[in-house]
Design a binder for this molecule. Structure first.
Ligand code: UDP
Ligand code: MG
Length: 212
């Protein structure tokens, strides 16, 4: 009886916890595009760490604006306390409890900060990993830049730096989650529609198992 009650209380606590899916993959792998589609079908809130940093950079008088700009142009990862504060604030302000956190955690500092500040308060459902070769990613980012993305890092110089950071710092984080059996790997080389078929399947399975 006591055991039954505890189980019930535990499941209520788990249900009330915000749910998080991390979305990772190289620059141009399609994280943002696919997130927009997931939002439409599954009522998640899309929080792109990169977009939140760019918004913060654009605020007049922002304490961190210049630092963020130089990190982004150099393809380096902004110190986690800045990124985590922006994410936590956006989560709270949304008033919702299902989040796609896109482009985070990207390195050990990000992971440590998240684990220290947020991890125990949320349930990490899985890490959606868009697997895409560097040549495909490069072409997508360069066409995005040529089409007027306005991003200061969609040029070949910044891209080299972003890829180096991705390979040396982000890949180990994906491996860390893979060892925890939390990675859903998606082949991201196909068209956006085909990639989304696989993504949707992963979320439908979550729904079927009662996790969302
Ligand atoms: N960035 C960061 N921390 C994050 C997310 C992004 O420092 O948690 C910076 C980093 O310099 C990165 C840039 O923002 O290269 C652009 O990130 P975004 O996720 O927007 O790029 P994408 O991978 O989607 O092309
Ligand atoms: Mg993006």
């Amino acid at each position: 009886m006591v055991f039954g009650l505890r189980t019930i209380i535990q499941s209520i606590v788990t249900m009330a916890q915000p749910k998080v899916v991390f979305v990772l993959g190289g620059p141009g792998a399609g994280k943002g595009t696919q997130c927009q589609r997931i939002v439409k079908d599954f009522e998640f809130v899309h929080l792109s760490a990169g977009d939140l940093l760019r918004e913060e950079r654009a605020k007049p008088g922002s304490e961190y604006g210049e630092l963020i700009e130089s990190y982004i142009r150099d393809g380096k990862i902004v110190p986690v306390d800045i990124t985590c504060s922006l994410l936590e604030r956006a989560m709270q302000e949304s008033g919702k409890n299902k989040f796609l956190i896109d482009g985070f955690p990207r390195n050990q500092d990000n992971l440590d900060g998240w684990n220290r500040r947020v991890a125990s308060k949320v349930k990490l459902l899985f890490v959606l990993y868009f697997d895409c070769p560097l040549e495909v990613c490069t072409n997508r980012c360069l066409s995005r830049g040529a089409a007027g993305s306005g991003r200061s890092d969609d040029n070949i110089e910044s891209l080299h730096k972003r890829f180096n950071t991705y390979t040396s710092e982000t890949k180990p984080i994906i491996d860390y989650y893979r060892n925890l059996n939390l990675v859903q790997q998606i082949d991201a080389t196909k068209s956006a529609d085909d990639v989304y078929d696989a993504v949707k399947q992963a979320f439908l399975e979550l729904g079927a198992s009662g996790d969302i």
